[in-house]
Design a protein. Structure first.
Lengths: 309, 283
C-alpha cells in the first residue's frame, strides 16, 4: 500500500517538475528579450557612467573615471536648471491634468444630452501620435498665423503672443500640449473610479447637510484618493520621459528653457555624443523618478488604508 | 412659492452650467484636431494669413495629392509602407512572445514569477534613454543601423513588458474550471493551449495586435536614433523631417494621414476592450 502511494507521489512530483520546466520555457523568450534590451543595456549604461568614452572613429571605452561624470553633472548649473525644469514640469503636469480631468469626469458622471458624444471626443487626443500632436500644436501656437492668437484676435485681443518665444512661456506651451494629450487617460481612469463611489454614500452625505463642496471635500475626494494617486504616478512617470513633444515644439529651447533631464540626456548623448555624461544624467534622472514614485507609492498605501476605514 | 421658483431657477442655472461646461470641454479637446484638418484643406497663402479662418469656405485637396506625388521631397507613401511593415512585424512578434509568457506566469508555476512580473512593471518607470545609449552602440556594431530588424527588435522589446501585462489580464479572465475540465478529459498542455486557451484568448490577442501595431506606428525616438536613410523613413519621422522642407499645408495633410489609422483603430479597440470587460463582468 505504502509503496503504491509513494510511486504515485514520485510520479506526481515528476510531472510537476516537468510542468515547471515547460512553464519556464514559455516565459524564457520574453525574459530573454527583456534582459537583452533592458537589463544588459542598463548595466552597460552604468558602466558608461563611470567611464571616459570615445565615439570617433569608433566606440571605445577609454578608461575608468570613477564618479567624474556624476560630479560633472552635479556641479553644472545647466544640469540643475534641467532638474528644476523637470520637477516643475512633472508637478504641473500632474496637478493641472488631474484637476481638469477630475472636473471633466464629474461632468461626464452626470446625465445630459450629448454625453456619449462628449465621451468619445474627450478620448480623441489620446489616439493622436505624440509627434502628430506636436505638429498640430505648433500650428496652434504659431505667432503670426496660429489658431490661438487668431482666437484671441477674434475676441478683440491683441493676439501677438509668441508662444514658443521665451523660455518660460515655451515651457508652459509644452505643458499645455502634454496636458491635452493626457486628459483622456486621466479622465477615463477617474471616471471609472467615480462610478465605483456609491451614489448612496454621496446622498447620505447630502442628507446629513453636506453641500456640494463639503460632500466633495469630505466624501468623494477621500474615497477617490486611491484612484487619483495611481493616475499621478502614471503622469509623473510620463512627464519624466517626455521627448517627442519637446523635440517637435522647441528642441529644448529657447535658451534651454524646455530642456528637461530626459532631453538633456538626449542632447548629451546624441547631439554632443558624450556618452559618459549622458549615462550619468540618465542615472540621475532614474534616481529622481524612483524616489518620487516610491514616495507616491507610500502615499497610495496610506490612502488605501484611509479609504478602507 | 418663492422657494419653489428659486429651486426651479436654480435647476435651470445648473443645467445651463452643465451644458456650458460640456461645450467648453468639447471645443478645447477637439479644436486642435479640427485646426489641423482645416489647415490641411486650405491653400498655402490662406494658411499663412494672419486673418485666421475658423470655418472652411472651400476644400482644397491639393496637399493630399502632393504628398503622395513622386516629386515631393518626402516619400510619404514609402514611409507608410515602411511603418506598416515594421508595425505589423512588431505586433505579431510581440503577441507571439507575450501570450505563452502571460499564460505561464498566471496559470503555471514559474520560478521567480513575482520578480518577473514586478520587473516588467518597474521597467516602465525608467527613462527609455537609459537603455538606448548601449542599444545604439549595439545596433551600429551589429550592422542593424538603417534596417527593419534594427527597428523591429527594439519596438518588440519596448512593447513586450506592457503586452505581457495586458495579456495577463485576459488570461486571468479565463475561468480555471474550463482548464480543469479539459485536463480531466486528458488534454495535454499543447492541446490545452491550441484548442482551449488561444481560442478563448482571441479577443485579447486581437486587442494585443492592435495595441502593438499602434505603439510601433507612433514610435518616434527609435527611428530618430537608429535610422537616417530616407528609404527606411517611418511616418512619424517623416513628419519631423518635413517640418523643415515642405509646406505647412502638406505637413498638415501628412499629419492627418499619420494620425488617421491610429484614431480609427482606437475607435475599434475601445469597443473591443469594453466587450471583453463586460463579458468578464457578466461571468
Amino acid at each position: 500500500m505504502t509503496t503504491q502511494g509513494q510511486v504515485v507521489e514520485v510520479r506526481a512530483s515528476r510531472t510537476r517538475r516537468r510542468g515547471r520546466l515547460v512553464a519556464a520555457a514559455m516565459v524564457a523568450p520574453a525574459v530573454l528579450v527583456v534582459c537583452g534590451v533592458y537589463a544588459y543595456p542598463a548595466l552597460s549604461t552604468l558602466a558608461y557612467s563611470v567611464s571616459k568614452i570615445d565615439l570617433s572613429p569608433r566606440f571605445r571605452i577609454e578608461g575608468f573615471v570613477w564618479l567624474k561624470n556624476f560630479i560633472n553633472q552635479l556641479t553644472d548649473p545647466h544640469f540643475w536648471q534641467a532638474t528644476w525644469i523637470t520637477i516643475y514640469f512633472g508637478v504641473m503636469l500632474c496637478l493641472v491634468t488631474v484637476v481638469l480631468s477630475f472636473l471633466i469626469a464629474l461632468l461626464l458622471n452626470k446625465t445630459f444630452f450629448g454625453r456619449g458624444l462628449l465621451r468619445v471626443t474627450v478620448l480623441l487626443p489620446w489616439a493622436v501620435p505624440p509627434v502628430a500632436s506636436g505638429v498640430l500644436w505648433v500650428q496652434m501656437f504659431h505667432a503670426e498665423f496660429g489658431f490661438l492668437n487668431g482666437l484671441i484676435r477674434a475676441f478683440g485681443g491683441e493676439g501677438g503672443i509668441i508662444w514658443l518665444g521665451g523660455s518660460t512661456i515655451a515651457l508652459h506651451s509644452v505643458l499645455i500640449t502634454e496636458v491635452w494629450r493626457w486628459i483622456p487617460f486621466a479622465t477615463l481612469f477617474i471616471l471609472a473610479g467615480l462610478q465605483i463611489v456609491p451614489k448612496s454614500v454621496r446622498e447620505a452625505a447630502a442628507i446629513d447637510g453636506a453641500g456640494s463642496w463639503r460632500g466633495f471635500r469630505h466624501v468623494t475626494f477621500p474615497l477617490m484618493l486611491p484612484v487619483v494617486v495611481p493616475v499621478v504616478i502614471f503622469l509623473f512617470v510620463w512627464a519624466m520621459k517626455v521627448f517627442d513633444t519637446i523635440f517637435v515644439l522647441t528642441r529644448g529651447g529657447p535658451t534651454r528653457g524646455t530642456t528637461t533631464l530626459n532631453f538633456l540626456t538626449y542632447r548629451q548623448g546624441f547631439v554632443q555624443f558624450d556618452f559618459g555624461n549622458a549615462a550619468a544624467t540618465a542615472y540621475l534622472l532614474s534616481a529622481l523618478t524612483v524616489v518620487v514614485i516610491a514616495g507616491l507609492g507610500w502615499m497610495l498605501a496610506r490612502s488605501r488604508k484611509l479609504a478602507g476605514t | 412659492m418663492v422657494a419653489l421658483v428659486g429651486a426651479s431657477a436654480g435647476r435651470r442655472l445648473k443645467r445651463v452650467l452643465t451644458y456650458g461646461a460640456a461645450l467648453l470641454v468639447l471645443v478645447v479637446t477637439a479644436f486642435p484636431l479640427y485646426g489641423i484638418i482645416l489647415t490641411s484643406i486650405q491653400t498655402e497663402p490662406d494658411i499663412r494669413s494672419p486673418d485666421v479662418a475658423f470655418v472652411p469656405t472651400y476644400i482644397e485637396t491639393e496637399h493630399y495629392q502632393r504628398i503622395f506625388d513622386e516629386t515631393s521631397g518626402i516619400p510619404v507613401a514609402e514611409s507608410m509602407v515602411n511603418s506598416l511593415v515594421v508595425a505589423l512585424a512588431t505586433a505579431f512578434l510581440t503577441v507571439a512572445i507575450a501570450v505563452p509568457a502571460a499564460y505561464a506566469l498566471h496559470r503555471m508555476s514559474v520560478p521567480g514569477r513575482r520578480i518577473i512580473l514586478g520587473g516588467f512593471a518597474a521597467i516602465y518607470i525608467l527613462p527609455t534613454l537609459l537603455f538606448v545609449l548601449p542599444l545604439f552602440i549595439a545596433v551600429v556594431q551589429l550592422g542593424l543601423y538603417d534596417t527593419y530588424i534594427g527597428l523591429v527588435l527594439p519596438y518588440v522589446a519596448f512593447t513586450l513588458p506592457f503586452m505581457v501585462w495586458i495579456m495577463g489580464s485576459f488570461v486571468r479572465a479565463i475561468p480555471v474550471e474550463v482548464e480543469e475540465m479539459a485536463r480531466i478529459d486528458g488534454a495535454g498542455l499543447r492541446q490545452l493551449m491550441f484548442r482551449i486557451i488561444i481560442p478563448l484568448l482571441r479577443p485579447g490577442i486581437f486587442a494585443g495586435l492592435l495595441l502593438g501595431f499602434i505603439l510601433a506606428w507612433v514610435e518616434f525616438l527609435t527611428p530618430l536614433l537608429f535610422t537616417s536613410d530616407l528609404s527606411i523613413l517611418t511616418v512619424t519621422l517623416g513628419l519631423f523631417r518635413s517640418t523643415m522642407d515642405i509646406a505647412i499645408g502638406q505637413l498638415a495633410a501628412a499629419t492627418v494621414i499619420t494620425a488617421l489609422p491610429v484614431i480609427l483603430i482606437t475607435a475599434v479597440f475601445q469597443r473591443n476592450i469594453s466587450e471583453v470587460v463586460t463579458a468578464g463582468v457578466e461571468r
